[in-house]
Ligand binder design. Structure first.
Ligand SMILES: Cc1cc2nc3c(=O)[nH]c(=O)nc-3n(C[C@H](O)[C@H](O)[C@H](O)COP(=O)(O)OP(=O)(O)OC[C@H]3O[C@@H](n4cnc5c(N)ncnc54)[C@H](O)[C@@H]3O)c2cc1C
Length: 343
C-alpha cells in the first residue's frame, strides 16, 4: 500500500483521491481553502447563492457521461433537457449542473470519499521536498504555509492545482514544472448581482453579444431547477468579463469592475437595469485553460511525482470533441490515480 499526498481538493484532486482509495492506497488530500471544490464554486450571500465559477459542464466522453449519469441518479446534478422529449441517456453531449449548487456537487463528492482518505482543509502547501533516506527511496514531505514541514512522509505526491500554481510546487521535476509554466490559464473577473424584480426577457443571440467585448457571459443564476429562492429577490445574475478585458483590468478595484460590467450588461440588454440590491466581484486569476497539454496527466515514475487537473487532456480527444475544464479535471484525476496505482 502506498501513501499518496494529493494537493488540491477540486474535481481533479477528489477524483484522484477516490481512485487511489478504491485501489487500496492511503491518501491525504491537502486543500488550502476551508472546503472542497476549487473552481466548482458557489458564493453565499444575503441575496442567495451565486455559482461564480463554472456555471455548468459538458460530458462528452463515454467515461464522464457514465459518471455524470450516476451523479444524476444520486440527485447531485441536474441535466439540461431532462424533462424534454428525448431521454437524457441518449443525449450527447450532456450538459449538467450541480444541485442545488455547483459547490454542493463537490461537497457531495468529498463527503463520499472513503474513511481512509484524510482530508486536510485550510492547509496550504508551499513546497514538495525530498525526505529520501537509506531505507526509504521515494519519500516526500510537504512544506506548509507556516514554514513548517508536515510530519507525514509520502511515497507519492500528485499536484491537482491550476497550472501556474502547479509550476511552483513541481520544482523537484524541472520538466513537469516547465510543462505547467508553459500552460496558460485565462483569468476572469466575475460579478454577482441581484435585483428585486426579474429583468425583462431578451430574445435570441442578443444575450451573448457584447459589441465592446467586455462580457463573455451573462447568465441568470436562478433559472435552473433547484436554485435557492430568497424573499424580495427577483433574479440573480453572474457576469463573466472576457479574458482580454480581465487581463487589461486585472488589478482594478472590485467596485470599478462591478460598475463596468453592470454598464456592459445594461448596454447588452438595451435597457436601464437600475441599481441591483446586491453586487459583489470575484477575480479568478486562473479560470480556464484554452490549450491544455496533450497528455492525460503528468507523471515522473522514478520520482513518483505527478500532476493532473484541467491543464491536462485527461483522455484522448479529437479536435471535434474537446472536453471542457470540468470534464478534463475529472478524467485527468481518474487517469493519474490508475497510473499511480499500477506503477
Ligand atoms: C468563471 C469560470 C467559468 C468556468 N466555466 C466553465 C464551464 O463552463 N465548463 C467547464 O467545464 N469548466 C468551466 N470552468 C473551469 C472549471 O471550473 C475548471 O476547469 C475545473 O473546476 C478545474 O478543476 P481542478 O480540480 O483541475 O482545479 P481547481 O478547481 O482549481 O481545484 C484546485 C484546488 O487546489 C487548491 N489549491 C491550490 N493551490 C494549493 C496549494 N498550494 N495547497 C493546497 N491547495 C491548493 C485550490 O484551493 C482548489 O480548491 C470555469 C471556471 C471559472 C473560474
Amino acid at each position: 500500500m502506498k501513501h499518496v499526498a494529493v494537493i488540491g481538493a477540486g474535481i481533479a484532486g477528489i477524483a484522484t483521491a477516490a481512485g487511489l482509495q478504491a485501489a487500496g492506497h492511503a491518501v491525504t488530500l491537502f486543500e488550502k481553502s476551508r472546503g472542497p471544490g476549487g473552481r466548482c464554486a458557489t458564493r453565499r450571500s444575503a441575496a442567495g447563492n451565486f455559482n461564480h465559477g463554472a456555471p455548468d459542464f459538458l460530458a462528452t466522453t463515454a467515461a464522464f457521461r457514465t459518471q455524470v449519469l450516476q451523479w444524476h441518479d444520486a440527485g447531485w446534478v441536474g441535466i439540461d433537457g431532462e424533462s424534454g422529449a428525448s431521454p437524457i441517456h441518449e443525449a450527447s453531449p450532456l450538459r449538467a449542473f450541480g444541485l442545488p449548487s455547483m459547490n454542493a456537487l463537490a461537497q457531495q463528492l468529498a463527503a463520499q470519499l472513503p474513511a481512509g482518505v484524510e482530508l486536510r482543509f485550510n492547509t496550504h502547501v508551499t513546497g514538495i521536498e525530498s525526505a529520501r533516506d537509506a531505507g526509504n527511496d521515494h519519500a516526500w514531505r510537504l512544506r506548509l504555509l507556516d514554514g513548517q514541514l508536515d510530519a507525514t512522509r509520502f511515497d507519492t505526491v500528485v499536484v491537482a492545482v491550476p497550472a501556474e500554481q502547479a509550476a511552483v510546487l513541481l520544482g523537484p521535476d524541472a520538466a513537469l514544472a516547465e510543462a505547467m509554466r508553459l500552460t496558460h490559464s485565462d483569468p476572469c473577473w466575475t460579478v454577482m448581482a441581484a435585483w428585486s424584480d426579474r429583468l425583462p426577457a431578451l430574445a435570441g443571440d442578443r444575450r451573448r453579444h457584447d459589441p465592446l467585448g467586455v462580457l463573455s457571459l451573462a447568465r441568470c443564476d436562478d433559472a435552473r431547477p433547484g436554485r435557492s429562492n430568497v424573499d424580495d429577490i427577483g433574479c440573480r445574475w453572474v457576469l463573466h468579463a472576457s479574458p482580454t478585458w480581465t487581463v487589461d483590468h486585472l488589478d482594478a478595484a472590485p467596485a470599478d469592475v462591478i460598475a463596468d460590467l453592470l454598464r456592459a450588461f445594461a448596454r447588452q440588454r438595451g435597457a436601464d437595469l437600475g441599481t441591483p440590491v446586491h453586487s459583489a466581484a470575484h477575480r479568478w486569476r486562473y479560470a480556464q485553460v484554452q490549450t491544455p497539454r496533450a497528455e492525460p496527466f503528468g507523471w515522473n515514475a522514478s520520482l513518483r511525482l505527478g500532476a493532473c487537473g484541467d491543464a491536462w487532456h485527461g483522455a484522448s480527444n479529437s479536435p471535434q470533441q474537446r472536453a471542457d475544464g470540468m470534464e478534463r479535471a475529472w478524467l485527468s484525476g481518474r487517469a493519474i490515480a490508475e497510473k499511480v496505482a499500477r506503477d
